[in-house]
Design a protein around this ligand. Structure first.
Ligand code: 5AD
Ligand code: SF4
Length: 478
């Protein structure tokens, strides 16, 4: 089949950071009549991998598709359009996607007219897009993270011209407002406050796949939160690769602490945010979490390593001591929960360096941690370092770390025994119909006996059992 490479990814281009202002485009989705006619009663299936930013993108993609006229299906066999919204953060995430792409080949044999598309972070890398083009001819469309709003035009081209279409932008980064969304939840919503990342930690592909840091205007964020509140949402999570840096790219008197105040004034009951970088966590931000009632006492503060030498090689811009200073200030907030991310097996991580990480876990006693084995990402500075630790040793370190992390998660959870916590009731527990479940202010999953009529509401639960990953209890009358 003919190919139309409108633009191909280029990691070198993606590394550049221009001083130019970014454009904010208030978009009107333009959909050709022919596409409307084509899509009527057609079905789409969307599978999203990766982080919350990708989940949020998935909601926009679904919103655009439903505007075109597609309806959702979960059955791959009946889908006229399948989109895989991919993640590039580690190799195993990419392997899973390649597995899925392989499956699509068989499906296409049975349903020749179906359209299969790959988007998201993975295809921002030229090696991946070339591999898809050369090895998987059943993929019809490839688009990246910067041009989701172009889906109608790109689909139109695939359908109309019956061509393989590739459009991945690398050096760009505008903000497109007003795109439709199909939210995946009715109580909790993700709200982007910024896109991209300029931190360039040496192991991380994200600054390349998602471009330069671009903050949304405060008024656009606030109107979104206000609308969500009107629609009955109880909780918003403000999203950014590094929310602390919010506003630094705008010529406005705004930073993340001020934004928290503004969002708080909408009186939406619960506000969360991810992710914070330990480097520029200001005192004003700590004060905002402490004093604003609807800003939840929960901070995800990735440390990545407990060793100064490794932190330097990771390009993290803080020492263990500086991390601890911020951590300890946050810990003074009443009933706060703090979680982290840790990578083991970074190139040249000595046993001593790894032991320093274990030591810091002892010292911090985190409420929880996501733990990862280092994954080499082609094009990043760390990929040039020799990956000199055996797979076996990496797995040994990971197991030791997980054991410690779980121990402290349980210890922290036990401090809630006998306490009363506020829970947003999301529904029945997945495992047991008679049990309700939801999250506490601290983002702890709580399973409890309670009144089914309170689904969607904030209730009080008395905790009577603590496990490493969940709390259990019983709803009480206020
Ligand atoms: N290898 C392993 N883990 C990684 N992360 C990011 N890049 C890599 C990589 N190359 C982890 C970091 C980050 C989280 C989202 O994923 O811990 O905080
Ligand atoms: Fe999210 Fe990073 Fe994965 Fe992209 S690569 S989906 S930004 S975790």
């Amino acid at each position: 089949m003919k190919k139309d490479i409108i633009s191909a990814p280029d990691l070198k281009e993606a590394r550049k950071r221009s001083k130019e202002n970014i454009d904010i485009i208030y978009s009107d989705l333009v959909i050709e009549n022919q596409l409307f006619n084509y899509a009527r009663n057609k079905k789409y299936l969307l599978k999203t991998f990766g982080c919350q930013a990708n989940v949020r993108d998935g909601e926009t993609i679904a919103g655009i598709l439903e505007n075109i006229g597609y309806v959702l299906t979960n059955e791959p066999q009946e889908a006229d359009l399948i989109i895989l919204n991919t993640c590039a953060v580690r190799e195993n995430a990419e392997d899973r996607v390649f597995g899925e792409i392989g499956h699509l080949k068989g499906l296409k044999l049975k349903k020749k007219e179906a359209i299969y598309a790959i988007c998201g972070c993975m295809v921002q890398q030229e090696s991946i897009t070339s591999k898809i083009l050369s090895t998987y001819p059943h993929i019809d469309l490839i688009f990246g993270t910067h041009n989701i709003h172009r889906i109608p035009q790109l689909l139109f081209e695939v359908i109309n011209e019956r061509r393989i279409v590739v459009e991945v932008l690398s050096n760009q980064g505008n903000i497109i407002e007003n795109l439709p969304s199909k939210r995946s939840d009715k109580l909790k919503a993700f709200v982007n406050i910024m896109y991209g990342c300029d931190k360039f930690c040496t192991y991380c592909i994200v600054p390349y796949t998602r471009g330069k840091q671009r903050s949304r205007l405060p008024q656009d964020i606030i109107s979104e939160v206000e609308q969500l509140k009107k629609d009955g949402y109880i909780e918003v999570t403000l999203l950014g690769q590094n929310v602390n840096a919010y506003g630094k790219d705008l010529n406005l008197e705004i930073d993340f602490a001020k934004l928290l105040h503004l969002v708080s004034e909408t009186h939406i009951p619960r506000i969360r945010f991810v992710t914070s970088h330990p480097w520029d966590f200001s005192q004003e931000m700590i004060n905002a979490i402490k004093t604003l009632d609807n800003v939840m006492p929960f901070v995800h503060l990735p440390i990545q390593s407990g060793d100064d030498d490794i932190l330097r090689k990771m390009g993290r811009r803080y020492t263990v001591e500086e991390y601890l200073t911020t951590y300890n200030k946050l810990r003074q907030i009443d009933k706060i929960s703090i979680t982290t991310d840790i990578i083991v097996g970074f190139p040249n991580e000595s046993l001593e360096a790894f032991n320093n990480t274990l030591k810091i876990v002892d010292e911090c006693a985190f409420d929880g941690a996501f733990t990862f084995i280092y994954s080499k990402r082609e094009g990043t500075p760390a990929a040039l370092l020799k990956d000199d630790i055996s797979e076996e040793e990496k797995h040994r370190r990971l197991s030791l770390l997980i054991e410690k992390v779980n121990y402290y998660a349980l210890l922290r959870n036990k401090t809630y025994l006998g306490e009363i916590v506020e829970v947003l009731v999301e529904g029945k527990s997945k495992r047991n119909e008679d049990i309700l479940s939801g999250y506490s202010k601290q983002n702890k999953l709580v399973n409890f006996k309670g009144n089914i009529n309170n689904i969607g509401k904030l209730v009080k639960v008395k905790i009577n059992k603590a496990k490493s990953f969940t709390l259990q209890g019983e709803e009480i009358d206020e």
